[in-house]
Design a protein around this ligand. Sequence first.
Ligand SMILES: [Ca+2]
Ligand SMILES: [Ca+2]
Ligand SMILES: [Ca+2]
Length: 195
Amino acid sequence: MSLVKTINVPQPNIGDEVTFTLTITNAGPDAATGVAVQDLVPAGFSAINTISNSGVESPAGTINWTGLSVPVGTLALTFKATVDAPTGALDEYKNTAQITDSDQYDPDSDPTTGPGVDDLGDNLADDDETFVTVVPKQADLSLVKTASSSTPNVGDEVTFTLTITNAGLMRYWRSRTGPRSLLVSVRSIRSPTAA
Ligand SMILES: [Ca+2]
Ligand SMILES: [Ca+2]
Ligand SMILES: [Ca+2]
């Protein structure tokens, strides 16, 4: 058996609810029974809900499924969680999951040992362990306004420039004209009202 974890939105926004899917593949030849899967949801997510296949969250952030039957083919487990703002903690968006039990022998992985241990000591990747790291979108926007003259005369034409800078890693998708900066010019030739 093997396990792959995916997320429905690879680059969600902070505050989004996302759906994780754990796909167990049983390459046969027999159906697998007594299968258990554990998912460690990191600190960058909260409000875990809608856990499929009678999975239980206990303690907080750890989801366990037990007693699963996996026919030859695949079985998908899903749950939802909310993406929290980053705190800078190590691997706060790295989701790890593994198969932790099965009644049947697996020729290339061991459900009793998890990430960090080479199952079977064979120097081969362990296909019963999986992780997905989520990269939330960030757009660090700032705004600066400048005028073409700070001491214009009445009747002069002055150009104001608003510069929006995105110092974040991500393009700000509401900007239609450019990924890094956006220039907006406003012209004003009004005289001051009478004092
Ligand atoms: Ca395997
Ligand atoms: Ca393993
Ligand atoms: Ca191995």
